[in-house]
Design a protein around this ligand. Structure first.
Ligand code: GLC
Length: 421
């Protein structure tokens, strides 16, 4: 090799090294249920193309509890294994101290999002996550079956119970042995906290712990709500519901074997896909009231994107978050995956409303959704929810009556709270 060749080769190497320093390699964990991961991968690929950075999309467990445990372990050890990840609406108070302040990177974009979500994502004055989509519990129903049996959409849970029973019986009589009246999420996990807070709130029984931090769950309306839900297990819902997460209930409903389903907005896009046996047969409405005096409600859910404080590439990671949460991407996700935007101006977007009509029709459900007490209980929220869903699960599985279980729960929550959360 001549001297000139050696010098040239050295220059190329130096250039390559410089290139690899500026081109980051990131790991993102995204997409849990429905089309989430596919949509994330597509948007990430566009960003890679645009920026020259490389991103590995990591699969995560489907349950929010398992994800939280994983992130607590990774972040707790200060590891940089994951740069960007999705954050459940209930986590900012739990994980906030491990997340990067995104304010320097937003260019004011947070002003376009619902203020309540931005407030939720603000931890000790820092914007630790950008909203990606919002969620509220909804009731899915089979339009064709209600019509076939001359039944109205249920205004109360009591009506839902009798309509579900009637159609289930009639369909089984007609040879559809697998038909169930109602499927929901009753495994002992965070999803049950969502379902159960809806039952309780619909009976005006509050939200476990009030915004002021008072433990309110041990009340007669809450007991009535849980007693009602327990009556469904093994009658209009399969015993197996005690082990169902979102995707288990969707599996039953989407294969045509349930009249009603409680689920989040994402289930809509899948129910309308070309290979869905129930395409065109599904309606979506707000969850029923807990009796005439009750109210329509839905649990507030939703996901954000955040950057780990321990990332080696904060600028690239924050840029990716801004890309994935921007308006165009939220619109694409709403149309293709029925993920509800967090940007208010998208709620009048014609293309979104055509693809996912309930986004416009159920505005009240989305704006009045009942929040789990994650703000009031802060870092203790996970313990509170854990105690709640276990107490509810004991009622649903017939191990305890509702009044006793709520009394025990109140005692457990007091122990967790001590003098303050
Ligand atoms: C949905 C909600 C999330 C909730 C979870 C429970 O993903 O968006 O907030 O914690 O369901 O399973």
């Amino acid at each position: 090799m001549t001297l000139r060749q050696t010098l040239l080769a050295g220059a190329v190497l130096t250039f390559a090294a410089a290139g690899s320093v500026s081109a980051a390699e990131l790991n993102i964990a995204c997409g849990t249920v429905g089309k989430g991961q596919q949509l994330c991968k597509e948007a990430v690929a566009e960003w890679e193309e645009k920026t020259g950075h490389t991103v590995n999309v990591i699969s995560v467990p489907t349950s929010t509890n398992d994800q939280l445990a994983l992130y607590q372990q990774i972040l707790g050890s200060g590891s940089s294994d994951i740069d960007v990840f999705e954050v459940d609406v209930i986590w900012p108070g739990i994980l906030g101290s491990h997340l990067l302040d995104l304010s320097p990177y937003t260019n004011g974009a947070e002003k376009d999002h619902f203020p309540a979500i931005i407030e939720n994502n603000t931890y000790k004055g820092k914007l630790v996550a950008m909203p990606s989509y919002t969620d509220a519990g909804l009731l899915y129903y089979r339009k064709d079956l209600l019509e076939k049996y001359g039944e109205d959409k249920p205004a109360t849970w009591q009506e839902l119970t009798s309509t579900a029973q009637k159609i289930q019986d009639a369909e089984r009589e007609a040879g559809n042995e697998k038909m169930w009246g109602f499927v929901f999420q009753a495994k002992a996990y965070e999803g049950l906290t969502c379902d159960a807070i809806e039952w309780v709130d619909s009976f005006n029984g509050g939200s476990i712990v009030s915004a002021e931090g008072d433990i309110t769950i041990n009340n007669p309306q809450a007991a009535e709500a849980l007693t009602m839900a327990a009556s469904w297990v093994g009658t209009i819902a399969p015993e197996g519901v005690l082990n169902y997460q979102e995707e288990d209930s969707r599996g039953v409903f989407q294969s045509g074997n349930a009249v009603f389903m409680r689920n989040w907005p994402y289930a809509w896009a899948l129910s309308q896909s070309d290979d869905s046996p129930i395409k065109g047969k599904v309606g979506v409405m707000a969850l029923p009231k807990g009796g005439e005096e009750g109210k329509q409600t839905g649990a507030l859910g939703g996901w954000q994107l955040a950057v780990s404080k321990y990332t080696e590439s904060p600028d690239a990671a924050a840029d990716l978050v801004m890309w994935l949460t921007r308006k165009e991407e939220q619109k694409r996700r709403a149309i293709e995956g029925s993920y509800n935007p967090t940007i208010s101006s998208l709620y009048t977007d014609e293309e979104i409303l055509a693809a996912t009509p309930f986004i416009g029709q159920l505005q009240d459900t989305f704006t009045n959704a009942v929040a789990r007490p994650s703000r009031a209980t802060g870092a203790n929220y996970n313990k509170v929810s854990n105690a709640f869903y276990n107490a509810v699960h004991e009622v649903l599985s017939g191990k305890k009556d509702a009044a006793t279980s709520l009394e025990d729960l109140e005692r457990d929550l007091k122990r967790i709270k001590r003098r303050s959360w």
